[in-house]
Design a protein around this ligand. Structure first.
Ligand code: ADP
Ligand code: MG
Length: 841
């Protein structure tokens, strides 16, 4: 085996520290990837795979991405599930001595949960890293968003609900903690420190004597929080971004919804994975991306405390008549939190400094735009930031800031005398030289004297050969070159000037770096205040979004109470309504689930609007408890502790579970977890199996909800037989989607009314869907026959073209008594029937 080249040896060392990541290895203006990394990246990015040098007698596979486009490639790799370690050159190429390669170090591990660049992040969504740790029977959770400084913890009894709420980009958890559908977001690194060490570690990170300074954290919470910090530090080459101190959550302060419920209600993400047809998109009137993130966070974690809900309602209500000035002020507000995060990790750009400057003015303007209302006081207070910092940044920073330092001036002229002097020399060299040239021409009495720049000699005095002798007489001048027609001299001043000009550019750059560092330090010193202001601005943006919605008159402020009330008048489904807007009017519907009628059984034909009604009421609960306006004329909602939404027969082939199995698993979760303060909406339960099976299951589940769980329920079903069970279930109230028959056709009115559907109209729907007319006619006559109780023999099957001898098959069929067959015998019987059919062809 040959020993690797020095650079490849460096690569091996860096790779060994980061075996689970692709290594972006800095080589001049490229990040290069080698060996298996190169093969994986070239395939994932669709870039050319080449080779560079040899190792062990074989060419080394290689691919590379240019530095200036690296972010775009990084984003694609991260989205494809890769982690990327970035190894930078730690010294300038000009500083290289001898043949040793430049020093390179891994400065950062880029993982889905530790992103900070706007190009890698979705502006409208939080990017959460979750850490989990177990202490005894308790499961502790800590989550943070390093791009905004958020840091929170909770003891969690319901991990699926927490996962659904946070939708973490990455999860640090040991393999014995099951993550369900989120398992592919688990990171390899996992060991949580023991409780005492964990507490000490967090106290140290926040420079306090004890973690108790921030609350009474459980061991499990402390361990999870320390695990999160350790992971962030490991990915940031030892650095920690500015984070807010850990804030404790209790398991009951948010409405619990598991991932299946969230998915079925399409709150922040639609079933197809997109974000367009979601509850969030339908209510979003935010102006800034930070505001969009806050609104998304509110929707993901609706509250359970009526006072906290009322506070949010009061805040947006206070903006109702005053929203215009605030909107104008927010329009210029940049993403302060994310700029701050980059600055705190030492990877801020000049534009991040600019973002803080503009953010400070946006905060001042927004504070001035707020009406003096007590409900807004807690949002207004953090906006009063240090005017000195604003003045300093305004005086220092250029208006148009470059994306990278060095591309153009970051610091304004006039801010720093020394910087100005370096720049003058750098930029004004031509003027300085021509002044000097005039000066020398006079001093030495040679009118034709020129100062020129020479590649090897630097700046020289050049005179015609005839004047060479005159200049040689001057002791201060040194002849450097003499040619047939000209001679070149230098003097110490000129040599010095030459050096100074060359150095001026470097000095200007260095001085600018120093000033930028000073400004950055001044900003970071006020990081907590800036983060609080950023949060307040984001919240104000979310609040004005609510006010804008409510100002249309179509959205209203719900009454939220601590009982089991539920009364909606003229409720709407905002997403379906928006989708209909062009073609049809959405029909509003009431919903009353008050205690004497807390189970609403909804029957009616397909396509009549059952699923829409079900979901709209669940969405109204989410909106109401998030403190937002709701799409209804009036709404009264008693606090819901857990919300369940289940859609029958949703195929889940991707996870390899049968439709019916999924349905039953989800139904089991409802019956096991729902309580008297929950809201359950179930859609078409029992659809995924045979009719009698399905009916039996739907019936039993309905009974359990009525008699044991005793929660508010909307139960949509195509089994209209269930509507006759009112005597056995007095709190069940049958409703149906109104339908009108018109000239033999069915018209869906999309109105929910009391009563039961007499029939299911499936044949009509088949016609609407475009099933060919003869088939529809045939289905209609079959239906009539079946409804008359005709046995499934003649004349029903008479019209079927068949060559089977019905007598032999009939005899065999009649001989079978299904109730007496074992599964094995049933299978044998099937084979026998099949064989009979075949032999008769
Ligand atoms: P079902 O669950 O009864 O099969 P859906 O709720 O899926 O019916 O509704 C089918 C379609 O009917 C929707 O896509 C929508 O276009 C329309 N629709 C539903 N509810 C309403 C309504 N309240 N007003 C107007 N159109 C509606
Ligand atoms: Mg439906």
């Amino acid at each position: 085996m040959s020993s690797p080249s020095p650079v490849i040896a460096q690569w091996f060392a860096a790779k060994q520290q980061n075996p689970d990541a692709l290594l972006f290895f800095r080589m001049g203006d490229f990040y290069e990837l080698f060996f298996a990394d190169a093969e994986a990246a070239a395939a994932a990015l669709g870039i050319a795979l080449t080779a560079r040098g040899e190792h062990d007698g074989a060419p080394i596979p290689m691919c590379g991405v240019p530095i200036h486009a690296a972010d775009a490639y990084l984003a694609r790799l991260i989205r494809r599930g890769f982690r990327v370690a970035i190894a930078e050159q730690m010294e300038a190429a000009s500083a290289r001595t001898g043949k040793a390669p430049l020093r390179r170090e891994v400065v950062r591990l880029v993982t889905p949960g530790t992103l900070t660049e706007d190009s890698l992040l979705d502006g409208a969504r939080p990017n959460v890293l979750l850490a989990l740790a177990r202490a005894g029977a308790t499961l502790g959770a800590a989550w943070l968003d390093i791009s905004t400084g958020l840091f929170e913890t909770a003891d969690t009894a319901d991990l699926p609900a927490l996962l659904g709420r946070l939708d973490p980009a990455e999860i640090v958890a040991s393999p014995d903690i099951p993550l369900g559908d989120y398992n592919d977001r688990r990171t390899p690194d996992t060991t949580a420190p023991p409780p005492l060490a964990a507490r000490a570690r967090i106290a140290e990170a926040f420079a306090v004597a004890s973690l108790d300074a921030f609350g009474a954290f459980s061991d499990a919470e402390a361990m999870a929080a320390a695990l999160a910090l350790a992971y962030v530090q490991a990915t940031q080459a030892g650095k920690l971004p500015h984070l807010s101190p850990p804030a404790q959550h209790s398991a009951t302060d948010a409405l619990l919804m598991d991932a299946a419920t969230r998915a079925s209600l399409e709150i922040t993400r639609a079933r197809d994975g997109g974000t367009e047809h979601t509850l969030l998109a339908s209510i979003q009137r935010t102006i800034t991306s930070a505001g969009a993130r806050t609104l998304a966070a509110w929707l993901s974690a609706p509250l359970t405390d009526p006072a906290a809900i009322a506070a949010r309602q009061a805040a947006w209500s206070a903006l109702l008549d005053n929203v215009v000035p605030l909107r104008a002020a927010l329009r210029s507000a940049p993403d302060i939190a994310r700029a701050l995060a980059r600055l705190s990790l030492g990877r801020g750009t000049p534009r991040d400094l600019g973002a803080i400057r503009i953010g400070l003015s946006a905060a001042i303007e927004s504070a001035a735009a707020l009406p003096p209302d007590l409900a807004l006081a807690s949002y207004a207070a953090p906006l009063h930031l240090d005017p000195a910092l604003h003045a300093q940044l305004a005086a220092a920073l250029a208006d148009d800031l470059p994306a990278r330092p060095g591309d153009s001036n970051v610091i304004l002229p006039g801010f720093d005398g020394e910087l100005d002097a370096h720049r003058r020399l750098r930029d004004d060299s031509r003027r300085v030289i021509s002044g000097l040239q005039l000066d020398y021409a006079q001093r030495y009495g040679v009118a034709a004297l020129k100062i020129r720049h020479h590649a090897q000699l630097g700046y020289v005095i050049e005179v015609p050969a005839a004047s060479a002798e005159t200049l040689r007489a001057h002791p201060g001048l040194t002849l450097r070159q003499s040619m047939a027609n000209a001679a070149r001299f230098t003097n110490p001043d000129l040599t010095d000037l030459d050096r100074r000009i060359a150095e001026a550019a470097d000095r200007a750059a260095a001085r600018e770096t120093t000033i930028v560092a000073t400004l950055t330090a001044a900003i970071l010193q006020q990081a907590p205040a800036l983060r609080a202001a950023a949060e307040a601005l984001a919240a104000l943006d979310a609040l004005q979004s609510c006010a804008a919605l409510a100002a249309t008159g179509a959205w209203t402020r719900p009454v939220v109470t601590l009982d089991c009330a539920f009364a909606i008048t003229a409720g709407r489904h905002p997403v379906v309504e928006a989708a209909l807007a062009r073609t049809a009017r959405f029909i509003p519907n009431d919903c009353d689930l008050s205690p004497t009628r807390r189970i609403l059984l909804l029957t009616g034909p397909n396509m009549a609007g059952k699923s829409t009604f079900l979901r709209q009421n669940a969405l109204i609960v989410i909106l109401a408890q998030a403190g937002l306006p709701v799409p209804a004329a009036t709404a009264r909602v008693g606090i819901v502790d857990r919300l369940f939404s289940r859609v029958g027969a949703a195929d889940d082939l991707a996870r390899g579970r049968s439709t019916f199995m999924v349905e039953m698993t989800e139904t089991a979760a409802i019956l096991n977890q729902a309580g008297p303060n929950s809201l359950v909406v179930v859609d078409e339960i029992g659809r995924g199996t045979a009719t009698s099976d399905g009916l039996a299951i739907a019936w039993a589940v309905l009974e359990a909800l009525h008699n044991q769980v005793r929660c508010r329920t909307i139960f949509a079903t195509h089994f209209h037989e269930l509507a006759s069970l009112t005597a056995a279930m007095p709190q069940m109230c049958p409703h149906t989607m109104r339908v009108r028959e018109w000239k033999g056709d069915v018209v869906f009115l999309h109105e929910v009314g009391e009563g039961a559907a007499g029939r299911s109209w499936g044949v009509h729907v088949a016609r609407l869907a475009g099933i060919p007319a003869p088939t529809v006619r045939r289905a209609a006559s079959l239906l009539t026959a079946i409804e008359r109780g005709a046995p499934c023999n003649l004349p029903l099957f008479a019209a079927l073209p068949t060559s089977l001898p019905p007598d032999r098959l009939r005899l065999a069929l009649d001989a079978i008594d299904p109730d007496k067959l074992s599964p094995r015998e049933a299978l044998d019987a099937l084979y026998k029937l099949k064989a009979l059919g075949l032999s008769s062809e």
